[in-house]
Design a binder for this molecule. Structure first.
Ligand SMILES: Nc1ccn([C@@H]2O[C@H](COP(=O)(O)OP(=O)(O)OP(=O)(O)O)[C@@H](O)[C@H]2O)c(=O)n1
Ligand SMILES: C[C@](O)(CO)[C@H](O)COP(=O)(O)O
Length: 232
């Protein structure tokens, strides 16, 4: 029974503002996408990877990933993240029929520790239909109105920042995305679609290294992280 990782990598990276799509931005001579797929493969628990790439970069992405020795399929991504995941999920189901566990992992979280990836897969294998890695919040959180006036201080004790990879029992993720596609609904993460089905979503411990590279500041932090940690 296989574990397939879907890697949405088709975003433009507007907040980063690089000359190329964010997943193709290079650190230490390799794109964020290559770093991310290497981490998934290094976890030792992923059997196949499906990447949703920028539609005009399929050949570039396929060539860049070929050196990793991983089983990878590259498909065209969509206009929104949810659509990119759905396209990759359909390809995964067609290509790897015995898929049991599906991970959804942002290319932008390029330096996620393999041990964290394994903990997500183990939680799904132990019976959780959906699993998300989370971190507690470090800052005080305020709710504000449209003018920026503070309405309330939110109790952060029950709040968590959510990372990827998010792990799913395959049937649950397919049902969640079918329902979203039918209703033309998006979500900022895949677990959000599963929540709409009324299915439980469990959490496991996230890791600071699984930070999402969104802005130039994040890229500077990731550069320091890679220098400190080295390639896997
Ligand atoms: N149409 C899209 C949009 C996003 N993504 C992917 O979803 C992940 C998380 O998205 P984010 O980090 O927000 O990336 P972008 O959408 O590229 O960023 P921005 O909003 O700054 O343009 C990224 O790996 C991104 O490539 C995708 O596959 N398809
Ligand atoms: C999926 C995600 O990484 C979980 O934190 C995040 O929601 C994606 O961010 P985006 O900026 O909404 O694409």
């Amino acid at each position: 029974m296989s574990v397939v990782a879907l890697v949405p990598a088709a975003g433009r990276g507007e907040r980063l503002g690089a000359a190329v799509p964010k997943a193709l931005v290079e650190l230490d001579g390799e794109s964020l996408l290559v770093h991310a797929v290497r981490g998934l493969w290094a976890s030792g628990c992923v059997h196949h990877v499906v990447v949703a790439a920028p539609p005009n970069q399929i050949d570039v992405v396929t060539a860049a990933l070929s050196s990793l020795g991983a089983a990878v399929t590259v498909v065209s991504g969509g206009a929104e993240r949810t659509e990119s995941v759905w396209l990759a999920l359909q390809a995964a189901v067609a290509e790897v029929p015995d898929t049991e566990v599906v991970l959804v992992h942002d290319a932008a979280r390029a330096f996620t520790p393999p041990a964290m990836i394994r903990s997500v897969v183990e939680a799904v294998r132990a019976g959780a239909p959906a699993v998300v890695p989370v971190l507690p919040l470090a800052d005080t959180v305020k709710q504000v109105d449209a003018d920026g006036r503070v309405l309330a201080t939110v109790d952060r004790a029950s709040l968590r920042a959510v990372q990827t990879p998010q792990g799913f029992e395959r049937g649950v993720l397919v049902r969640a995305h079918e329902a979203a596609a039918k209703a033309a609904l998006g979500a900022t993460d895949d677990a959000g679609l599963v929540e709409r089905l009324g299915e439980p979503v469990l959490t496991v411990a996230g890791h600071t290294d699984a930070m999402k590279i969104t802005t130039p500041f994040d890229l500077a932090v990731a550069t320091a992280l890679l220098t400190h940690r080295g390639r896997l």
